[in-house]
Design a protein around this ligand. Sequence first.
Ligand code: UD1
Length: 338
Amino acid sequence: MNILLTGGAGFIATHTCVELISAGHDVVIVDNYVNSQPEAVRRVEELTGRTIPHYEADVCDRAAMDRIFSEHAIDAVIHFAGLKAVGESVAQPLRYYRNNLDSALTLCETMAAHGVKRLVFSSSATVYGVPDEVPLREDMFCKGCTNPYGWTKYMIEKILMGVAQADPSWSVVLLRYFNPVGAHESGRIGENPNGLPNNLMPFITKVAAGQLPHLNVFGDDYNTHDGTGVRDYIHVVDLARGHVDACAYAAGHSGCEIINLGTGVGYSVLDMVQAFERVNGVKVPYVIGPRRPGDVDACFADPAKAKRLLGWEAKKTLEDMCRDAWRWQCMNPNGYTT
Ligand code: UD1
């Protein structure tokens, strides 16, 4: 298949590009580089030995999107593009709603106009909100999100469910990611947050590298085995493989499916710190601080549906996640900026 990746220069998308190409697919990338760098695409080309058609454009720009669909026979789209910083979304709700909803709507309208009806969407476990119980199953009722970023994911899911319901020739897969970490084992592509990282693993790697003095552990009084928050960390290469399987599924089915991509295993913040220190032989100094607003005790997936529908399951270990995240950090101390 020829697959268009919106936001194709981002963390999960670049890893997905590599896996799609190694599974025999062709890819086209569109990215406005608002939170990513062209160098990431160049590295994917280097890893795959392929020239990848890529466009610097905003998915909200209908004329630019029409041009891409006219110049390439696209079979399916993976919609990664979107603003994704939780704290920023609380401070700038209108920007988040405008950008994330407009881009999803423009993409669907462009796809419909060009007769492309297979879509895989980057959703998030954030749509489960504050869960009543774990593990989280796709059929559980979502009681509401804790921030505008989460609501944009929730609303786009609803929009896409409506699109698939109205026209049964659409095939939509909503992938709810848990906590993607790690990097490609080559050390050439990885996560490249802008400024101070919000998420745990990139923060740990910057502390281990001495770029930040210590990790702030957000609360040690949660209802978990050691009091720190428990999450379902998944290696980004496993996650990327899930997209390859989701594209294959979308090609053979119609309708709309929600699918968790997680390991089903939860680790606490301190589990992650200890594993990182042990695997990489480095120190990660930390300070216990107050809870971060909006955080929940524990969040991990029931991954059974992904296994049943896609034949997919996570294969990489916590050691792989820690080792690959550290390799990426050591080989690229300033990310994609040389
Ligand atoms: C967050 C977002 C989620 C988003 C995901 C992307 C919220 C409520 N959720 O998930 O919507 O899809 O990122 O990966 O913000 N922690 C620390 N110190 C730090 C950073 C994190 O102790 O400096 C702890 C957190 O309290 C949490 C765990 O580490 O228990 C994971 O945090 P994080 O990596 O930010 O992910 P989530 O909050 O699960």
